[in-house]
Design a protein around this ligand. Structure first.
Ligand code: DGY
Length: 316
């Protein structure tokens, strides 16, 4: 009997074709995240699960999969939705999709930085609202990038890709993270010092118990009054309510967020603010990147199901 591969949401045909080489694909046709009970039903008896970042993959899901479950391939580089230790203890391999989304996510982080500092959303809303306007020297002035300091929190692949873009814009780059990485161009600083020195702070650390609400009221107060915050990693790295307080109090100048604490919900006070740019988790959203992510996940599945090694395994 061919193994069953449960896919929890739409993936591109290229990835389905890879999966079909190794088993029978059972694809959810719901155009939404499955509820926990639906998810458990969907994976019952599966040898492999292709999961999305909105799926909670924990012991109860592994239990629902049953003893034949061999691999969970999460279609994301982040895997905070997966209880890797519990799955490993059950002998289930977990994989993610590093590398293939680095440039797309760095592009979006940079796009958000430009959007919030140059007030692009505000200008667009003004035009669409048919608000009368005319060019004048003081109109919708933003903040330039050249010669300023960009603080990158999390000098992993995406953080470093943002730094490469920053160099082209004449920014000085500083980093903070668990440890300095060899080959980093720019100064490695303690987190608080990075907040003190940076005109722009871009978050690229994974969500872990240590980084949950890393940007809290205190961190926001430590940032420069004219600073901007960009978040393209995970929403829970930022305390959204504290961010709204800080913006209301003028403690920082603006924020651009692609990810949210309880997606798709957003702290209501952020929605009406002109100094906030909001996008719906688009970091990796290009045709090329999302296809590459799904194909990498599918190749991880086929490799494990045919007795080979996973390509990009996550270990506890
Ligand atoms: C990831 O891969 O972790 C992103 O958040 C989704 O592209």
């Amino acid at each position: 009997m061919r193994p069953t591969i449960a896919v929890t949401r739409w993936i591109p045909d290229e990835a389905l074709e890879v999966l079909a080489q190794a088993g029978e694909v059972k694809l959810s046709d719901a155009d939404r995240p499955l509820m926990p009970e639906e998810l458990r039903d969907h994976v019952a008896g599966a040898s492999a699960v292709v999961s999305m970042l909105h799926d909670r993959v924990d012991g109860s899901l592994a239990e629902a999969g049953g003893p034949g479950l061999k691999v969970v391939a999460n279609v994301a580089v982040g895997y905070d939705n997966v209880d890797v230790a519990v799955l490993a203890a059950r002998g289930v391999t977990v994989t993610n999709t590093p590398g293939v989304l680095t440039d797309a996510t760095a592009d979006l982080a940079f796009g958000l930085l430009l959007a919030v500092t140059r007030r692009l959303g505000e200008g667009e809303r003004l035009i669409r609202a048919r608000t009368p306007w005319s060019f004048h020297l003081g109109f919708l002035l933003g903040s330039g990038l050249q010669g300023k300091t960009l603080g990158i929190v999390g000098p992993g692949q995406i953080g470093r890709a943002v730094a490469r873009r920053a160099a082209a814009f004449g920014l000085r780059t500083v980093y903070s993270g668990r440890s300095a990485k060899p080959g980093l161009e720019g100064e490695f600083l303690p987190f608080e010092e990075l907040l003190r020195q940076s005109d722009f702070v871009s978050l690229h650390c994974p969500l872990t118990p240590e980084t949950r609400h890393l940007i809290d009221a205190r961190a926001l107060q430590t940032m420069k009054p004219g600073a901007y915050l960009v978040n393209t990693t995970r929403g829970l790295v930022v305390d959204e309510s504290a961010l709204a307080d800080a913006l209301e109090a003028g403690e920082i100048a603006g924020a651009a967020l692609d990810v949210f604490e309880a997606e798709p919900e957003i702290e209501p006070r952020l929605l009406g603010r002109e100094d906030v740019v909001l996008t719906p988790h688009l970091g990796s959203a290009t045709v090329e990147t999302r296809t590459a992510m799904a194909v990498l996940a599918a190749r991880n599945v086929t490799s494990v199901l045919t007795g080979g090694q996973p390509l990009t395994e996550v270990r506890p």
